[in-house]
Design a protein around this ligand. Structure first.
Ligand code: FE2
Length: 189
């Protein structure tokens, strides 16, 4: 279940309907999907097969051409470098669509002069339109498994805004466990 926060306004929203309505105002789709299709140790292929119908429906809705399963944890090689690609404010030229199977992460959105964070966990689906200014990192256990959809098979690249806005926000996750100090890593993309 997600948690939506507006840090400047000291406002936190935990109710699913309210989260959906508030994110819809920002142009972001939020849904809850069932997790009972597969066991926790299912392979990526098993996950894609189990959610095949929903995956195809989402492709039709958004014009996505492919889907995969991303699996990131503390043992993932170059994890810090990977996280550092996405924890600075950026946009994409295609939608960012994620259905979280396990683990937790936190998205920040910078829209119409406001910053909102959405902590996502198992069962949460977010559809962030192309061009939305955002950043993302993992919660303290540094683990996430998610289905992703793509509009373009040629790649999915962050376009950095270099606004520095992201530096003003700690990625506070539920618990209140958080990632700790920002990891400053320079990546040549
Ligand atoms: Fe992104």
């Amino acid at each position: 279940m997600a948690v939506l926060r507006f840090p400047e306004e000291n406002r936190q929203i935990d109710a699913e309907d309210e989260i959906r309505a508030s994110l819809a105002v920002l142009g972001i789709d939020y849904e809850r999907w069932s997790l009972d299709r597969v066991s926790a140790d299912a392979s990526a292929d098993q996950v894609l097969a189990a959610y095949g119908e929903e995956i195809e429906e989402m492709k039709r809705r958004g014009g996505y051409v492919t889907a995969d399963v991303i699996d990131v944890n503390s043992a993932t090689p170059n994890l810090e470098a990977m996280l550092a690609r996405f924890d600075k404010e950026h946009t994409h030229s295609e939608d960012e669509v994620r259905f979280i199977l396990s683990g937790r992460g936190i998205f920040f959105f910078h829209i119409q002069g406001r910053v909102a964070s959405v902590e996502v966990g198992p069962g949460d689906l977010l559809r962030v339109p192309q061009g939305t200014t955002h950043w993302f990192t993992l919660c303290e256990d540094r683990r996430i498994r998610a289905i992703r959809w793509f509009q373009d098979t040629t790649g999915w690249t962050p376009h950095y805004t270099d606004s520095g806005v992201d530096k003003g926000y700690q990625p506070l996750c539920f618990g209140p466990a958080y990632l700790g100090p920002r990891v400053e890593t320079t990546i040549s993309a």
